[in-house]
Write a protein that binds this ligand. Structure first.
Ligand code: NAD
Ligand code: MG
Length: 396
């Protein structure tokens, strides 16, 4: 390798962002940080700048940026500090960048991730909401700019590893009959629906196997995360929703599988640690150390599987139906879910009402063909306003 690969980490201070910097720090000869971004976590961003010396750091607000500039001056770090959404897009598409880790949570990550794809970067996609909202446009941008899109979501990374290299143009062409998307089932896998009515954000965020940001933790508890991942898999692997089976696997050791027409099922296994898919994406097609402990199968001892229960966890069904409906339906689903999850985390909405809000918004708002980004962003805004109203309704 001639020069170290230059990396922008969008959402550097989050769970995926910090794991990414952990892997990068293990390979200083391979990777050099170009830009780090955060929403409001200025202290964390400061210590990351001191350690990784990026050219640019980005925050959402001018006040935080001023604080960071003066702290960096005191620490004698020459990082330039930029502010706002356009700055996120700029560091994602900068001509000196090779790799962009898209790890902002939610719809806020769409424009910078799309900018990275349109600029032909190697895009490590953790921000599944971007693909859920604008899958067709995103995949088109990747194709047009000849970007390299590598899924970081552990399930999609696993499937990617189980597919033939250079796969494109549908599953059938490669002799694949089905993708098996594994799900831990979340912290409430065995709970009756009535008991779910009173669960708290703290309970929902205590995931049995993975340590993650709060929004995705709640999504894992409602199974909306698996619904979003089903949509994500349809776009990434050119699959129909019917070709994807969700398999609840409480140990989270098999990260997903591909079933072939000859009866073979290929699986990728590993400890539940996001540094594995992150290192895979950074180094692909090579393999590097991720700092992850070797899998001890004797300690794992057993692997269990069960069917998901869509009566207790309706979000999975809602997501599948939105994908079947197509157009802006997945963007509407995603926007309503973001609003409902935020209200749940703020203790304004009950856990079971999250799916009620999403269902109500999808029912009210007609999906349109998603030919342009503006149409997607309008549908997103419209669904957010409707979801706020439904949150009020369910809060009573
Ligand atoms: P997190 O909440 O821990 O981190 C989110 C990051 O995005 C932070 O750096 C935050 O500052 C930034 N951010 C938040 N809102 C922003 C905004 N409006 N504008 C700009 N930046 C903003 O989230 P996470 O768990 O790291 O997840 C990040 C993404 O990766 C999500 O889309 C999630 O679904 C996906 N993902 C996460 C995991 C995991 O294990 N954590 C696994 C698979 C996929
Ligand atoms: Mg996942």
């Amino acid at each position: 390798m001639s020069h170290p690969q230059r990396v922008t980490v969008l959402g550097a201070t989050g769970s995926i962002g910090t794991s990414t910097l952990d892997v990068i720090a293990r390979h200083p000869e391979r990777y050099q940080v170009f830009a780090l971004t955060a929403h409001t976590s200025r202290e964390t961003l400061l210590s990351q700048c001191i350690e990784h010396r990026p050219a640019i750091a980005v925050l959402a607000q001018e006040e935080d940026a001023q604080w960071l500039r003066s702290a960096l001056r005191q620490a004698r770090v020459a990082t330039e500090v930029a502010v706002g959404e356009q700055a996120l897009v700029d560091v994602a598409q900068d001509s000196s960048v090779d790799i962009v880790m898209a790890a902002i949570v939610g719809a806020a990550g769409l424009l910078p991730a799309l900018a990275a794809a349109s600029a032909g970067k190697r895009v490590l996609l953790a921000n599944k909401e971007a693909l859920v909202m604008s899958g067709a446009l995103f995949m088109q941008a990747v194709e047009t700019a000849q970007a390299t899109l590598l899924p970081i979501d552990s399930e999609h990374n696993a499937i990617y590893q189980c597919l033939p290299s250079e796969h494109r143009g549908g599953l059938d062409r490669h002799g694949i009959s089905q993708l098996l998307l594994t799900a831990s089932g979340g912290p409430f896998r065995t709970w009756p629906r009535e008991a779910l009515a009173t669960v708290t954000p703290e309970q929902a965020c205590a995931h049995p196997n993975w340590s993650m940001g709060r929004k995705i933790s709640v999504d894992s508890a409602t199974l909306m995360n698996k619904g979003l991942e089903l949509i994500e898999a349809c776009w990434l692997f050119d699959a129909a929703p019917e070709q994807i089976q969700v398999v609840v696997h409480p140990q989270s050791v098999i990260h997903s599988m591909a079933a072939y027409h000859d009866g073979s099922v290929l699986a990728q296994l590993g400890n539940p640690d996001m540094r594995t898919p992150i290192a895979y994406g950074l180094a692909w097609p090579e393999r590097i150390d991720a700092g992850v402990a070797a899998l001890d199968l004797f300690q794992v001892a057993r692997l269990d599987f069960e069917a998901p229960d869509e009566a207790r966890f309706p979000c999975l069904r809602l997501a599948r139906e939105a994908m079947q409906q197509g157009g802006t339906a997945p963007a509407i689903l995603n926007a309503a879910n973001e609003v409902a999850v935020e209200a749940f985390l703020a203790k304004r909405l009950g856990f079971n009402a999250i799916s009620d809000v999403v269902a109500a918004v999808l029912n009210d708002q007609a999906a349109e063909p998603a030919h342009h980004l503006d149409i997607v962003l309008n549908a997103d805004q419209h669904a957010r306003r409707a979801a706020q109203q439904w949150v009020k309704h369910y809060t009573g």
